[in-house]
Design a protein around this ligand. Structure first.
Ligand SMILES: [Zn+2]
Length: 290
């Protein structure tokens, strides 16, 4: 079954639906980070939550969602775009130290940033993560920061046989447009409350997003507007990494050149390694002048 991000609205009822299945994309991202078990599940949930927020971006920008934790894990982050691009990161040393374990960590706060297509910040919000699940925190965030009434469900489950792989990473959101009447809203809330666990939509062929959408719709007639393929993507480049290395400053560059005879920079999002030789460092130092 093909994985997509489905966006739909009620034909006569002002409700908006988003359904996401992200198992393949997050398996790929997780493998690059060496993320397993709990960490892979939380990275996936962050990415799904980020997609819910980026799906309503009016421009071709991006959305960054960061969850902060207290304990063995400090932050887990995911950036997504309305076109279905996704990347995620956590602190690499923490990912490796944790392995497939559940950490001693409590959620602290969730932060979001919206960017326009040039990378300029359009909005920045922070909410406390009072709830245990990303979905519950997201619903609180939508209500507090955006005055949007929404119901959200997100669940990522690592494969118990192989915790480096996901069994499922899926989510749904029903959002009420401001003109939604109380009766339709109450009905949608009831459908959301009575929805079976997301694992019920897992079939031998994969996650059945269309079955989930029709379960969410209940007796509301929905129209699908878009189905987009989620794709892992990172806009990092050698040029950007070179600028990061230069930003270390002349003293540090001299030390790298003379003591290590080179430098390696790793993108924290896609784990791509960029190597710079002694001659590269020399050129950067000369570029900085005296
Ligand atoms: Zn990258």
């Amino acid at each position: 079954m093909k994985e997509t991000i489905i966006r739909a609205t009620g034909k006569t009822v002002p409700l908006r639906y988003v359904v996401v299945s992200l198992r393949e994309a997050m398996d790929e991202i997780g493998a690059r980070h060496g993320a397993e078990g709990w960490m892979l599940e939380r990275m996936s949930e962050c990415a799904i939550a980020s997609f819910f927020l980026s799906s309503s971006l009016k421009c071709a920008g991006a959305l960054s969602l960061i969850t902060y934790w207290d304990g063995e894990v400090s932050r887990i982050e995911s950036d997504t775009t309305p076109m279905g691009l996704v990347r995620a990161r956590a602190i690499h040393d923490e990912v490796l130290a944790l392995g497939p374990r559940v950490p001693k960590a409590t959620p602290v706060r969730m932060e979001t940033r919206r960017f326009d297509e040039k990378g300029k910040i359009l909005a920045h919000s922070v909410v406390n993560m009072g709830k245990a699940s990303v979905a519950q925190n997201l619903a609180v965030y939508l209500f507090q920061s955006e005055q949007v009434k929404a119901a959200v469900g997100i669940q990522a489950v690592a494969d118990p046989e192989n915790p480096a792989r996901l069994k499922m990473a899926a989510g749904w959101m029903i959002e009420a447009f401001p003109d939604c009447d109380a009766a339709s809203l109450a009905k949608a809330e009831e459908v959301a409350r009575n929805l079976p666990p997301l694992e019920a939509f897992l079939t031998p062929e994969g996650f059945d997003e269309h079955a989930l959408l029709s379960a969410l719709a209940g007796d509301v007639d929905v129209q699908i507007h878009r189905e987009i393929d989620p794709k892992p993507f990172c806009p990092c480049s050698r040029e950007r990494m070179r600028n990061n290395v230069i930003a270390l400053g002349k003293k540090q560059l001299l030390a790298l050149r003379d003591e290590q005879h080179g430098a390696q920079a790793v993108c924290e999002f896609c784990r791509t390694e960029y190597d710079f030789t002694e001659a590269d460092l020399d050129e950067m130092i000369r570029g900085l002048g005296k």
